[in-house]
Design a protein around this ligand. Structure first.
Ligand code: PEP
Ligand code: MG
Length: 290
């Protein structure tokens, strides 16, 4: 039993009956990398530039991305998620009355298309320079057309895998159609909860609405996972829910193929998955959705 416990304390994520669920890291820079996970599921690139007043150059971006690519197997780079809770002063975006519902994430591309072009060029160049396959995904994707346009621009540059984050209910409802445009989905439960329950993610009075155990949120996650299974494409979760040991088995039971979390959460999630069979995870998911 001790040997089984030790084996379960390292290696890939698996349920007790061996069903794989990839354990990935959420990072903001190379400094956050830790051993023990199977790659990076969310590289929040905006964290590199939060206090900048001038735009980061192409060369500076190549160096920052290459530093991560050199040290990790697979890395999913999220393009800049600026706006609302993460303003990027160098973009110089005007203040808005409803920033969470305004120009944020991929929507910045509507007003400043050069920013995404330069970032995609830099990601592609960093991948080439380090001999790795770059995976990229866009935050705040809302429509299938947005996902398709983003995928074309990434593929033009030879980026190997292109994904869309699911953070808006409209995207979850269209998961099957999104997966005809992109190679994978990554569910950002922090924002998906905010937009599903119309509750500011930083509002402590509304914490019960933002609880990812809410059946409506779990149902949306289940829809995405089902679409992924039908398309034969990965669908992961990279919001805080993925690092919660009570929720992780439930997410596996809903059918998600990877969980991406803060590095400190990895051991507890590995253990939580190893303690239950896939069938038990599915049962928990069914009970929670109700
Ligand atoms: C999310 O919204 O769940 C997510 C992972 O992105 P961020 O927390 O960076 O908005
Ligand atoms: Mg988000």
């Amino acid at each position: 039993a001790e040997r089984a416990r030790l084996a379960a304390s390292r290696g890939p994520g698996r349920t007790a009956d061996g069903h794989p669920v990839k354990l990935l890291l959420n990072i903001g820079s190379a400094k956050d990398l830790r051993p023990g996970a199977e790659g990076v599921g969310l590289f929040r690139t905006e964290f590199l530039f939060l206090d900048r007043t001038g735009a980061p150059s192409f060369e500076e971006q190549v160096a920052a991305y290459a530093e991560v690519f050199e040290q990790a197997e697979t890395v999913i780079v999220r393009t800049l998620d600026a706006g609302t809770d993460k303003p990027l002063p160098f973009l110089g975006l005007p203040a808005e009355p409803n920033p969470a519902l305004g120009i944020r994430g991929l929507r910045v591309d509507r007003v400043l298309p050069d920013v995404l072009d330069t970032q995609l060029d830099a990601i592609a160049e960093a991948a080439r320079a380090t001999g790795t396959q770059a995976w990229v995904m866009a935050p705040m994707v809302t429509t299938v057309a947005e996902a398709g346009a983003f995928a074309r621009r990434a593929r033009e540059r030879g980026i190997a895998k292109v994904g869309a984050m699911v953070e808006v209910p409209a995207a979850a409802l269209r998961a099957g159609a999104l997966l005809r445009e992109v190679d994978f989905l990554s569910i950002g439960t922090n924002d998906l909860a905010q937009y599903t329950f119309a509750a500011d993610r930083q509002h402590s009075e509304l914490a019960d609405l933002l609880d990812p155990r809410q059946p409506a949120l779990l149902q949306l996650i289940g829809m995405c996972a089902r679409a992924g299974r039908e398309a034969g494409k990965p669908v992961g979760v990279c919001g805080e829910a993925a690092g919660d040991p009570l929720l992780a088995p439930l997410l596996a039971g809903l059918g998600v193929t990877s969980l991406s979390m803060a590095p400190v959460c990895v051991p507890a999630i590995r253990e939580a998955l190893a303690g239950l069979t896939l069938e038990e995870c599915r049962r928990r998911a069914e009970e929670a959705v109700g």
